[in-house]
Design a protein around this ligand. Structure first.
Ligand code: SF4
Length: 352
């Protein structure tokens, strides 16, 4: 029953509060966080129910890395045509170095971590991400620990071992038509992406992990009506992203993908949203929001600045510290707050 409440409450609450009291947003977010977090972190284990107190930021130009998306690998077993975090390197930090960086981020004010890729379950058959998830929950006691995955490599034994440390699992699904998935590049021979999604949904129920769906709306799925399938899966959140062009990743000479044929107009995106307006857990993400309001850390633990339409890396936090690196992240803290990121802790960048 509590999950049913979670389906609706945080977003509705966030929207109402943001609209009514925008001018006092920052103070208000912190004031309400203790009310909202216990609902989202309903499976409390060893960690506290409330986040650490907000850190004083002496230099207002340095954003606090409250919520971080750590793309620790670029390797993936899928070949989505619009992918904007492609396999340009095969580098993955040693586990202990990754933990050191995560501890530094916690020290700098991180409360939410999302692990993404590439495909996070590819590295060491899911052991690497499992160890990181356990570390962040058990040692760092972060209020929110999540993973974005394409779901194809997750097995039940992973949930048995690490499920208790994971708050949210977001699975990428762009279509409920397998032929469209193959056209997009989310296909693996005889494996059926949609069947797999239902299996993962059940495991999330069994192991008390909140289940989310991320969809990238593009030329091949923009006409699709997903109402029934999304309602049947009943995710706590359905994030709907507009296909995004990033120079050097999915467009341009040095890119590994050519995503131009996937791009849709703002009007097309709006029509898709209109068709699914009855789904209360839907959260739309336009291109502008995606560019400015995500704090992205790459495989070297460098912040990526996407503001100029390509990913420009900072120095690694492991070399220069979090504060020096985050200055170059291009992260717009106001945009992050505007879309309720701090309040509801459910912002997730769409790859993998
Ligand atoms: S979009 Fe995600 S699943 Fe698709 S190729 Fe990129 S990382 Fe892999």
């Amino acid at each position: 029953m509590l999950l049913g409440v979670l389906d609706h409450l945080p977003l509705a609450l966030a929207r109402a509060v943001l609209a009514a009291l925008r001018g006092r947003l920052s103070a208000l977010c912190w004031g309400l966080t203790p009310l909202v977090l216990p609902l989202l972190s309903w499976r409390r284990r060893s960690g506290p129910d409330t986040p650490a107190a907000p850190r004083e930021n002496k230099d207002e130009t340095v954003p606090t890395p409250t919520s971080v998306n750590y793309h620790f690998t670029r390797q993936c077993n899928y070949k989505c045509g619009f992918c904007f975090h492609t396999a340009k390197t095969s580098f993955v930090l040693p586990l202990e170095e990754a933990k050191r960086g995560l501890a530094m981020l916690k020290e700098a004010g991180m409360e939410k971590i999302n692990f993404s890729g590439g495909e996070p379950f590819l590295q060491d058959r899911g052991e690497f991400v499992g160890q990181l998830v356990q570390f962040c929950k058990e040692e760092l006691k972060l209020p929110s620990v999540s993973i974005v995955s394409n779901g194809s490599l997750i097995r039940e034994r992973w949930f048995k071992k690490y499920g208790e440390y994971l708050d949210i699992l977001a699975i990428s699904c762009d279509s409920f038509n397998e032929e469209v998935n193959v056209l997009i590049g989310r296909g693996q021979g005889r494996k059926n992406h949609v069947e797999n999604l239902h299996k993962l949904r059940q495991w999330c129920r069994d192991y008390a992990v909140a289940f989310k769906i991320n969809s990238v709306i593009n030329r091949f799925n923009v006409e699709e009506d997903m109402n029934e399938q999304i309602k049947a899966l009943n995710p706590v959140r359905w994030k709907v992203f507009q296909c995004l062009i990033i120079e050097g990743e999915n467009s341009g000479e040095d890119a590994l993908r050519e995503a131009d044929k996937f791009v849709i107009s703002d009007e097309d995106f709006e029509q898709f949203l209109e068709r699914h307006k009855d789904i209360s857990c839907l959260v739309p993400e336009s291109n502008q929001k995606m560019r400015d309001s995500y704090l992205i850390l790459d495989e070297y633990m460098r912040f990526l600045n996407c503001r100029n339409g390509r990913k420009e890396p900072s120095k690694s936090i492991l070399d220069v510290g979090v504060e020096a690196a985050v200055k170059f992240s291009g992260f717009d803290e106001k945009m992050f707050l505007k879309r309720g990121g701090k309040l509801v802790y459910l912002c997730i960048e769409p790859n993998s």
